[in-house]
Ligand binder design. Structure first.
Ligand SMILES: *Cc1c(COP(=O)(O)O)cnc(C)c1O
Length: 402
């Protein structure tokens, strides 16, 4: 845990709303999850056993796709998706700046160039018109992020992608369980990736996956996960083979998930709907409370979407408060509310600055970054916890309101 700077306590002398720290997110592990892991530990296979295809089958069903390939992390899944999409030196890939760095780092891994398109100021998702402006002769793919769990405008985006022959990759690290126009999460793009990090909807400790309907992409993803090796007789270049024979055909990685993790994943997947329902319930209670405070803005939900609410970002419109985001952030921490920040626009990080990206690229994302604070949201939160957050926000709001 960070050392909380009580120095910056906004409301000096007043007792904090909560005595005990409330984290911004956390996993929910029950006895069935524990048992699923113990069973694998006592079985014959710890890795590359029967639990991986079982987990993948469940993921494909959830996503509404034919295929799923599980990986050691969401980042590995993104890397594999970029490989399968054919990203190489000279390829440009358009993505959002308002995301975790992995969404664009995966392009750099393949030698490609991330290009950032600005967000809509109210939905906080990628704006189709902004994407269109960035399309060039070198554009190969789009990596679309469903910020905080809300599906991006896929109809507009995929129309544009097919007009320009672009591969569509959906970074659904925030949005497993979300719905876009009656479609499940894997059904809108060529590939969709998930993360199973403990703050995400379901967890395997570390883990990720790519789902797709396309056999050709599926084949590439499988090879990439396992050093570029295949044993599939139909794919081998040599014929009349001994039983032991395999070929390494491309430069892949060891990005395999373990059977231990996959078993946990299958057990967690049974509870996904329940987790997402609870997140939606908590989010609507937050919305109801913050509607009373027009100087605060929360994410506008686009028509036809049902978010799975990974995060609850709250925007403090600078003009209405005597203090900026950092003071507000610190004041909420002093109330023992686990706040967080999603995200620093990726290209403002020093590494991206060293690559030549400059401030001013995406004004909407930069403006949002200056005003945003993520407040706690996870299914294990009680209504009482939620009321504490609302009380703390109200206290800080009243204190700093002009
Ligand atoms: C968490 C996350 C990732 C990376 O997933 P890991 O499993 O932590 O590697 C990628 N993109 C987004 C938007 C994320 O939130």
């Amino acid at each position: 845990m960070l050392n909380i700077q009580k120095e910056g306590l906004a409301i000096r002398g007043a007792k904090p709303v909560r005595e005990k720290w409330l984290p911004y997110g956390r996993q929910w592990i029950d006895d069935a999850d524990v048992q699923s892991v113990v069973d694998v530990l006592k079985s014959d296979f710890l890795s590359s056993g029967p639990k991986i295809p079982e987990f993948e089958k469940g993921l494909a069903e959830e996503a509404g796709t034919k295929y799923a390939v599980a990986f050691s992390s969401g980042t590995a899944a993104l890397h594999a998706a970029c490989f399968a999409a054919g990203i190489e030196s000279g390829s440009e890939v358009i993505t959002t700046p308002l995301t975790f760095a992995a969404s664009s780092n995966c392009v750099l891994y393949m030698g490609g160039k991330p290009v950032f398109a600005d967000i809509h100021p109210e939905t906080f998702n990628m704006e189709p018109q902004a994407i269109l402006k960035q399309i060039s002769l070198h554009t190969k793919a789009l990596i679309i992020v469903d910020y905080a769990g809300q599906p991006a405008p896929y109809d507009e985006i995929t129309d544009m992608a097919s007009a320009h022959g672009l591969v569509t990759i959906r970074d659904a690290a925030h949005s497993i369980g979300s719905i876009y126009k009656d479609r499940r999460v894997g059904m809108s793009t060529d590939m969709t990736i998930f993360s199973f990090h403990p703050v995400k909807h379901i967890t395997t400790g570390e883990g990720g996956a790519v789902v797709t309907d396309k056999k050709e992409l599926y084949r590439k993803l499988l090879m990439f996960r396992n050093h570029g090796i295949t044993r599939d007789a139909q794919e081998l270049q040599r014929q009349y083979l001994p039983k032991w024979y395999y070929e390494m055909q491309i430069l892949g990685y060891n990005y395999r998930i373990t059977d231990i993790q996959a078993a946990l994943g299958t057990s967690q997947l049974q509870k996904l709907d329940q987790f997402v329902d609870r997140r939606r319930e908590l989010a609507s209670l937050y919305n109801e409370a913050f509607r009373q405070m027009p100087e605060l803005a929360f994410q506008r939900q686009a028509e036809g979407t049902s978010s799975s609410w990974h995060l609850y970002p709250l925007r403090w419109k600078r003009d209405y408060f005597t203090a900026g985001r950092d003071d507000i952030f610190q004041a909420l921490q002093a109330e023992n509310i686990g706040v967080n920040l999603h995200y620093t626009p990726v290209y403002l990080h020093p590494y991206y600055q060293s690559l030549g990206y400059r401030r001013g690229l995406c004004p909407n994302a930069e403006a949002l970054y200056d005003e945003i604070v993520t407040i706690p949201l996870y299914p294990l939160m009680t209504d009482h916890d939620l009321q504490d957050v609302v009380d703390a926000v109200t206290k800080v709001y009243n204190y700093y309101l002009k």
